[in-house]
Ligand binder design. Structure first.
Ligand code: NAD
Length: 342
């Protein structure tokens, strides 16, 4: 995307929204694999916002995560501060205005693939937890309550599962579910022979009306924003379960609440949430969470939520950090980078 006329000697990168595990993995992999490059890394817990952007002063690159929002004005500020590269340590890139970045000549790269099995396995964990009420039984057992009332489950075996987005994570999820003995339906704007080997592609409406479990694995783009809404929820099989480990905004959460109340929707298992940015990745346990949608959602016994941790395995973190530093290396050495976003 950008032309680096001068290869940088000691490239400095600021890592925003940095958690302890980010520092641990970046420091270790930088020390072990990138000694000759001598990357200088610094960490800020703060998200990259209009207020925190000045922290990037003097830095060649910034590294951001899923909830750092880089609109045109923040990108402009970054550019004015001398930043020349934005490294996304994630696959999704719905949080950056790529056109604005291109106009400013910024190098933007992501980690397109890292351990799709991590997110796929988390999807399966959510499905199994909800179908067998593990979240509720765990709480009961800790209080010495071994009653089974309300814990009657269903098998996943033999059920029809609809996979929306049959890319890397969707395909991996489908393959695991095939092993469970599920019938698989897929909906995707690009169809693959790998999915066809294990399932059938159908139109979205057909998938929604036939699936006992619908699992979302498409990216968040204009056409998928609120893909699951009042209308599409009405097309779903009554009592079916919806699983979302992709991006919160693919689902209209208010419509979900209505569908849960009417029991049109039988269960909702999510790792991502439409309004996750002010909540996720931080401890709010001593605060009042001022989000009525969230409060309402977690009051349902047939809703489970994890805090965007599908990617959070040792394997995935190692890959994310290694590829992010490889992308930084390409930028610093003005080399072609296959993970550049344009
Ligand atoms: P991918 O690019 O391999 O697959 C996405 C698939 O969605 C593609 O096959 C694409 O054709 C399809 N698609 C695009 N538009 C569509 C539409 N309108 N309707 C249906 N399908 C459509 O991506 P992936 O690696 O499988 O990741 C999928 C998503 O998972 C990412 O976009 C990201 O949002 C999310 N993700 C979440 C976590 C987590 O921790 N929960 C981690 C990584 C990725």
């Amino acid at each position: 995307m950008m032309k680096n006329d001068q290869p940088l000697k000691q490239c400095q990168m600021i890592i925003f929204s940095a958690q302890n595990h980010d520092r641990q993995f970046f420091d270790k992999i930088n020390r072990q694999q990138f000694t000759t490059q001598g990357f200088i890394l610094s960490y800020y817990k703060a998200s990259l916002t209009k207020t925190s952007v000045n922290l990037a002063q003097g830095s060649d690159a910034v590294c951001i995560f899923v909830n750092d929002q880089l609109d045109g004005s923040i990108l402009k500020q970054l550019s004015e501060l001398g930043v020349r590269a934005v490294l996304l340590r994630c696959a999704g890139f719905d949080n950056i205005d790529l056109q604005a970045a291109k106009k400013l000549g910024l190098f933007v790269a992501r980690v397109p693939e890292y351990s799709p099995g991590s997110v796929a396995e988390h999807t399966i964990a959510l499905i199994m937890t909800l179908t067998r009420h593990i979240h509720r039984t765990d709480r009961r057992v800790r209080e010495g309550n071994f009653a089974l009332d309300g814990l009657l489950g269903k098998t996943v075996q033999g059920k029809t599962v609809g996979i929306i987005g049959t890319g890397k994570i969707g395909l991996m999820t489908a393959r695991i579910l095939k092993g469970f003995g599920c019938h698989l339906l897929g909906y995707d704007t690009t169809q693959t022979s790998s999915f066809r080997e294990i399932g059938h592609y159908v139109e979205l409406d057909t998938l929604l009306s036939q699936a006992d479990i619908v699992s979302l694995h498409c990216p968040l783009i204009k056409s998928t924003h609120h893909l699951i809404n009042e209308k599409t929820l009405a097309h779903m099989k009554r009592g079916a379960m919806l699983v979302n480990t992709s991006r919160g905004e693919i689902v209209d959460t208010s419509a979900i609440i209505t569908a849960l109340k009417s029991q049109q929707l039988g269960g909702f298992a999510i790792d991502v949430y439409e309004r996750e940015a002010p909540l996720f990745f931080r401890d709010h346990s001593s605060e009042i969470i001022d989000d009525e949608v969230f409060q309402c959602l977690i009051s349902f016994p047939n809703v489970i939520m994890t805090g965007h941790q599908g990617f959070f395995t040792e394997e995935a973190l190692s890959e994310i950090v290694t590829v992010t530093l490889q992308n930084l290396q390409c930028f610093a050495e003005s080399r072609l980078c296959q993970n550049v976003l344009e």
